[in-house]
Design a protein around this ligand. Structure first.
Ligand SMILES: [Zn+2]
Length: 247
């Protein structure tokens, strides 16, 4: 009798496993699971998503400014070969400012200009503001967005960025950047422009740097209240963007 129950449960599990991949994907985790299932079945490739979490120092870090080399030429790519499709992609972005600090749109727009100025590729196109609709967060909708939303309340993470790409063509599809609306984004807190420039670097597929020597670079992992170093690119940041998009 007991054996029969065990067999019934096993059959039930097998049926569940067989049905599971057909359940429509909802959200990023489910999407990833779906992608893995397709890979096993040698089906069509699925979009992959990479997410970065920005956890800062709450006062200036121990190496600042003594160990930082302003001429450091370091950069790292998240994954080689991934980029926006052509040489003049003109990537558009919508900045959602409902619930954002005053002046948020004006603070993020220079970040696009800064990266664009380091290459002739013409990466960015229309950067527009939407001050009416609620922040969309990280949503797989092929619309590039920046917004102020809830992440984890005050402390912890101050921003989250994701980019999505086709693994077979290495072509970028979308990025989304969320600023944590519960942090201090005033002049005594975190610098919107600097954080935006760092996070946009991730969407161009540049990775975080962690050596104190690279502390003056935009792509250094850590920011802190009052840190404006990340507004302008250093040698390594410029080398990195040019390695992907040319001079
Ligand atoms: Zn980062």
């Amino acid at each position: 009798m007991k054996a029969k129950i065990v067999i019934t449960i096993l059959v039930g599990l097998l049926v569940l496993l067989a049905v599971a991949p057909a359940i429509p994907a909802g959200g990023k985790a489910a999407e990833k699971a779906q992608g893995a299932a397709d890979k096993d079945a040698k089906g069509p490739p699925e979009i992959e998503t990479v997410t970065f979490v920005n956890i800062p120092y709450w006062s200036s870090p121990p190496w600042y400014p003594d160990e930082c080399d302003e001429n450091a030429d370091t950069y790292r790519l998240v994954m080689g070969g991934i980029r926006w499709a052509d040489d003049n992609p003109q990537v558009a972005c919508v900045v959602y400012t409902l619930g954002a600090p005053t002046g948020a749109f004006a603070a993020v727009t220079p970040a696009f200009v800064t990266w664009d100025g380091a290459t002739t590729a013409g990466i960015y196109g229309s950067i527009s503001e939407n001050a009416v609709n609620p922040p969309p967060g990280i949503a797989a909708d092929e619309t590039n967005t920046i917004s102020w939303g809830t992440i984890d309340g005050p402390g912890g993470t101050i921003a989250m960025t994701s980019f999505s790409f086709w693994p077979h063509t290495k072509e970028l599809v979308e990025f989304d950047l969320i600023f944590d609306k519960d942090e201090d984004w005033t002049t005594t807190g975190f610098d919107i422009q600097g954080v935006a420039t760092h996070e946009l670097g991730h969407t161009l597929v540049l990775d975080d740097l962690r050596s104190p020597r690279d502390g003056a670079l935009t792509m250094h992992a850590y920011t802190w209240p009052g840190d404006t170093w990340k507004q302008t690119l250093g040698s390594g940041d410029i080398r990195g963007i040019r390695a992907i998009y040319g001079e």
